[in-house]
Ligand binder design. Structure first.
Ligand code: ATP
Ligand code: LTN
Length: 327
């Protein structure tokens, strides 16, 4: 039997090249080698307030972008988290074996909590729900960007703890990070991870941005005080642009070095912009086709949920049996 893969993205904000290079591109690459489930994690999105009608359309937009990027719904299951109730059901059972201290140590929790006056319980529970997403399907591999590595560690700890308390129940998953592009930084501030929820106009390139917008954002990217690329001393802004080029082009380190060493920043930016424009052009086209076909997306999401539901049911049945819950 093929190893199962599970991953997901939150339907909050616009998907950007960090999401693509860190995760989505890998999903497309491995989808024929594994049994894959790609989820739109709407229950995670509502840990922060989302406007209901915007959330409803974002869920469909993200699903369409998965397909536009090359996920084939005949091969992989594409589904929405809240359409399979077992995600929330298993999350409760896992909550009961998770020490609060483990959750309070999560860096993303600390960063989000620091920004709020009153911290919703969902922000703290967020990684338990993520563990439930993965363990529910007995996934062996989880392809994500670098910022999710700590949550994956926690998922393994929860699985191991459950297995040791109640007997072997869950597959303990491993994390799959891309070799290049696992952490794309903000174009306006290369000290911060590129993020959907950041506000700056020149922070990110969104997957559906038109070519002129992409060029503008990249030409305005923060570099450093040197005039041209010097690999030995390059600052984070320049290294970020080089990573973006490398991840999109698939070039190795030697090719990148040979091509860009000594190049003026203006030319570096032009080349990065043209690379990104050409790689994203097919996304916009396919996206329009997908959303233009009445009923297609709903069919994909409905079939995705139907395909994965029996796996989820089986895990919940097993967990209930192990824990002695009524069934
Ligand atoms: P938010 O700002 O709303 O938290 P996000 O941009 O971090 O959003 P997520 O939905 O949390 O996006 O992440 C989806 C996937 O994209 C995850 O696998 C995550 O690791 C990856 N990812 C997010 N940002 C980056 C980035 N800057 N570089 C590489 N991968 C990223
Ligand atoms: N927390 C993840 C999204 C996510 C996820 C998952 C990723 C929720 N459940 C399961 C991989 C596997 C994020 O990217 N913010």
């Amino acid at each position: 039997m093929k190893t199962r893969v599970f991953s997901g993205m939150q339907p909050s904000g616009n998907l950007h090249i960090g999401n693509y290079l860190g995760a989505l591109k890998n999903w497309v690459r491995i989808q024929h080698d594994y049994e894959c489930i790609f989820c739109i994690v709407d229950l995670h999105a509502v840990t922060l307030y989302q406007h209901p009608s915007e959330l409803r359309s974002k869920i469909r937009e993200i699903a369409a972008l998965y397909l536009a990027a090359g996920i084939d719904p005949r091969v992989s299951a594409v589904m929405v988290q809240s359409s399979v109730a077992a995600h929330a059901e298993l999350a409760w059972m896992l909550t009961c074996v998770t020490p609060v201290g483990w959750l309070e140590r999560m860096t993303q929790y600390k960063a989000k909590a620091a920004k709020q006056e009153s911290v919703g319980d969902g922000i703290l529970q967020y990684p338990v729900l993520m563990a439930a997403d993965i363990l529910l399907y007995q996934a062996g591999i989880v392809p994500v960007g670098d910022d999710q590595a700590q949550h994956l560690e926690l998922t393994r700890d929860i699985a191991l703890r459950f297995n040791s308390l109640y007997g072997e129940t869950f597959v303990v998953p491993s994390t799959s990070l891309p070799t290049v592009g696992a952490r794309i930084m903000g174009l306006d501030d290369p000290e911060q991870k590129m993020s959907k929820s950041a506000s700056g106009a020149n922070h990110a390139v969104a997957l559906l941005d038109p070519p002129d917008r992409i060029r503008k954002t990249i030409m305005r990217a923060t570099t450093d005080s040197q005039p041209c690329v010097q690999f030995e001393t390059a600052g984070p802004g320049v290294l970020n642009l080089l990573s973006i080029y490398q991840a999109f082009s698939g070039w190795d380190d030697g090719q990148i070095r040979q091509h860009f060493e000594g190049m003026r920043y203006g030319d570096l930016k032009k080349q990065v912009a043209e690379m990104v424009v050409s790689q994203l052009a097919p996304f916009r086209e396919r996206y329009q086709q997908i959303v233009g076909e009445p009923g297609y997306l709903d069919r994909v999401l409905h079939e995705g949920a139907e395909r994965v539901a029996p796996i989820a049911q089986e895990t919940v049945r097993l967990v209930k049996e192990r824990m002695g819950l009524y069934s």
